[in-house]
Design a protein around this ligand. Structure first.
Ligand code: ZN
Length: 304
């Protein structure tokens, strides 16, 4: 099992071993779905099945036969991996959420995530991202024929042209520009009053991460990047991004905000950044800890 203690981000560091060699093994998979030790994570339209426990939300794992009884058969029984005891873990979408209403509740992930035990987030995020991809990719991008699921939910195969399609991940760079003892945060018009956060943008084909960071920082804030420092990355299942967190030192502090992308932006001292992280800044606030922007700002604030 690979634990990455240096990655501080929610949705990273699953406790499961993906055990990808089992994905092609139909005999093993069939036995695993009958194994009493197996566990099943269920969703309804992207909402994970949870229950309230001592003031928090907890993921409710069910027995794997629930897929045969209630599963949405247009979507796969997805093999997530093995826990430390070797128990197989799966995920599925179910067709009739009302059938489980006595056992728990289906909650929208984004508002529920901060209240969930972080240990549950990587597996929920993985399954949600893969199911979202399946629901939008029923037909071959190469020839238009309907595709079928293979490899325990990790591949779609086109029998007409033999193409295989894999769940996609969209890389996004997310960065906090710094200049000496100050850092720059932006805000979008739709955000709640006072909220400021890191800059971000999709990485385009043909771009290195560093180039995308420099382009987006210049486009959004008119700041020229001098140095890029990788911080950490975060799988972000809305719907299937990978946030690549970066601290970038810029050449000067003369910003020109592009108001088509940001409503405004401003510089914060390191002490102000500490107040933002603590939720004690008098005018502004930063995203909560489950967002990588929080972790970037926190790391930088602790450097001095
Ligand atoms: Zn095809």
């Amino acid at each position: 099992m690979a634990l990455l203690p240096h990655n501080p981000n929610a949705f990273a560091r699953s406790l499961l071993d993906r055990a990808g060699h089992h994905r092609k093994d139909e005999t093993w998979l069939a036995a695993a779905t009958k194994n009493e030790q197996s566990a099943l994570l269920v969703f309804s339209k992207g909402k994970p099945f949870l229950h309230e426990e001592s003031g928090g939300l907890v993921l409710r794992w069910l027995a794997p036969h629930v897929y045969a009884q209630l599963g949405d058969k247009s979507l796969p029984l997805l093999f997530l991996g093995l826990d430390k005891n070797g128990a197989p873990h799966f995920a599925c979408e179910i067709a009739d959420p009302a059938a489980l209403s006595d056992l728990g509740l289906f909650e929208e992930l984004r508002p529920a995530a901060p209240r969930l035990d972080w240990k549950a987030l990587p597996d929920i995020g993985t399954a949600r991202a893969v199911f979202d991809w399946h629901s939008r990719n029923g037909y071959c991008a190469n020839c238009g024929t309907q595709t079928r699921v293979i490899e325990a939910g990790w591949v779609r195969k086109c029998d007409a042209c033999n193409a295989e399609h894999y769940p996609r991940v969209d890389p996004v760079c997310i960065m906090v520009p710094t200049f000496g003892e100050n850092c720059f945060l932006g805000r979008q018009k739709m955000w709640p009053r006072g909220m400021h956060s890191a800059l971000a943008g999709f990485i385009e084909p043909g771009e290195a991460i560093e180039e995308a960071v420099a382009r987006e920082t210049l486009e959004e804030a008119g700041l020229k990047v001098r140095e890029v420092r990788m911080h950490s990355t975060q799988p972000w299942p809305f719907p299937h991004s990978l946030m690549i967190g970066v601290l970038c030192e810029v050449e000067d502090d003369r910003e020109t905000v592009d108001t088509s992308e940001l409503e405004s932006g401003r510089w914060f001292t390191r002490d102000e950044a500490k107040l933002l992280i603590a939720g004690k800044h008098p005018e502004c606030w930063a995203p909560p800890p489950f967002a990588i922007a929080h972790q970037l700002l926190k790391s930088w604030s602790e450097e001095g």
